[in-house]
Design a protein around this ligand. Structure first.
Ligand SMILES: N[C@@H](CCC[C@H](NC(=O)CCC(=O)O)C(=O)O)C(=O)O
Length: 397
């Protein structure tokens, strides 16, 4: 059987990139189900004679070994968030009403790739795979990392696992993460934490509600407080990070005629890189999270949710922009020259934070509009694929 990922040696750059993107997008890879796509990408990388390819779980690390004085890491995750009627993907021709107006206005003659992962982040993966096959004489040594489980709990993150199991595989002087940035530079990243705020009640027959205590009703003040939260803009080293505090899931009740005895509001806090993880946590639940109540629940001793039960689910630190690093500065300059784009802050969480903790300066540079990430109609104009591949090739070639 022919490998599913690959392109014709006679194809033009734009055809090759479009082919790679189509193949990546057509292979379903929601987090936890990246295996088949990883297998395909592994076969493709192993067919490149100038790369040494290693695999840990569903993470691939492919390196050149040309004896260059420095090494750059190009990293992209292969997983996507869950689909919302946006798989399988499709190419939209110019004029198709499914093309968003802002995309059509900026790229009136472009075909547009539509579907899950178009911006976050299979387009950058396609550009990196194209370079992995075609950039055989880069001016620096290169390490490509294609990894699993970026969109979910930090404990599952494939890059984290490979760093822990094989620290020698992930060495370098600088890293570029292909998270969507509209082919500009986005520096650092907001930190993120997710936790359940828990309200308890007493179960009873809903025809005799006075015999119980309705936990869903008792959660109403929490939702009111969250709805009134005003996000702050925080400037760090010249970039402006917007914070956020949102309920993203809610659950409670176990019968249509039973007064619910528990309600959980899952909260996601995004905090700027002027705060450590500990400082951010203190703002939410007090400096000391309080006594363990059992089952991982604590009472918040202070902060936004003072007095409520809290169960931590996930936490990842922020990262400062780090754009004064010489390699970062030279990439910023190239992007500015080629696109006129000035660096912005990365508002999502990305593995730039992991590289920063390893002492490897890193920036986000990727195809696709970050404003469209995780949306139902994620989409990418074909010319952004070319731009992304050209920027990387010019800087590395
Ligand atoms: N452990 C975290 C992982 C969340 C990662 C995710 N990152 C992106 O979507 C980057 C895209 C971008 O902003 O450009 C996120 O920020 O939610 C968790 O499970 O929450």
């Amino acid at each position: 059987m022919d490998p599913m990922i690959g392109f014709d040696a006679n194809a033009s750059q734009s055809e090759a990139l479009a082919t790679l993107l189509t193949q990546l997008m057509e292979t379903y890879s929601v987090s936890d189900e990246e295996g088949p796509l990883t297998d395909e990408v592994e076969t493709f990388l192993k067919a490149q004679p100038h790369l040494t390819v290693r695999r840990h779980g569903d993470t691939l690390v492919a390196s050149t070994d040309l004896g260059r004085p420095s090494r750059v890491i190009l990293a992209g995750h292969l997983d996507t968030v869950p689909v919302i009627d946006n798989f399988p993907p499709k190419w939209l021709e110019p004029g198709d009403p499914a093309i968003r107006p802002e995309v059509a206005e900026a790229h009136p003659h472009d075909r547009v790739m539509w579907g899950r992962g178009a911006t976050d982040m299979k387009s950058s993966d396609a550009a990196m795979l194209y370079l992995a096959a075609t950039l055989t004489e880069p001016r620096v040594d290169l390490t490509y990392v294609f990894y699993d489980h970026e969109e979910v709990a930090a404990e599952k993150n494939g890059l984290r696992k490979v760093v822990e199991a094989h620290p020698d595989w992930i060495q370098g002087d600088f890293a570029i993460i292909g998270e969507p940035t509209n082919c500009g530079i986005e520096g650092g990243c907001n930190g993120t934490m997710r936790f359940d705020v828990i309200v308890h009640g007493v179960a009873a027959h809903s025809a005799r509600a006075w015999m119980g205590e309705n936990a869903i009703h008792k959660a109403a003040p929490i939702l009111t407080k969250l709805a009134a939260y005003e996000p702050s803009d925080v400037e760090v080293d010249g970039l402006t990070y917007r914070e956020g505090l949102n309920a993203t899931l809610i659950s409670g009740g176990n019968g249509t005629n039973v007064i619910p005895d528990e309600c959980r509001i899952h909260v996601n806090y995004r905090f700027a890189p002027d705060k450590t993880l500990a400082e951010a946590k203190a703002l939410m639940m007090g400096a000391d999270a309080g006594a363990e109540l059992g089952n991982g629940e604590h009472t918040a001793t202070g902060g936004f949710f003072a007095g409520y039960g809290i169960e931590m689910k996930d936490e990842s630190p922020s990262a400062r922009p780090g754009l004064t690093d010489p390699l970062a500065a030279s990439l910023v300059e190239l992007v500015r020259e080629r696109t006129g784009r000035e660096p912005l802050a990365k508002l999502g969480w990305t593995d730039v934070a992991r590289f920063a903790s390893l002492g490897i300066p890193a920036v986000n540079l990727g195809a696709g509009d970050p404003l469209l990430a995780h949306k139902h109609d994620e989409q990418l104009p074909a010319s952004d694929l070319m731009l992304m591949a050209d920027l990387l090739a010019d800087w590395l070639g």
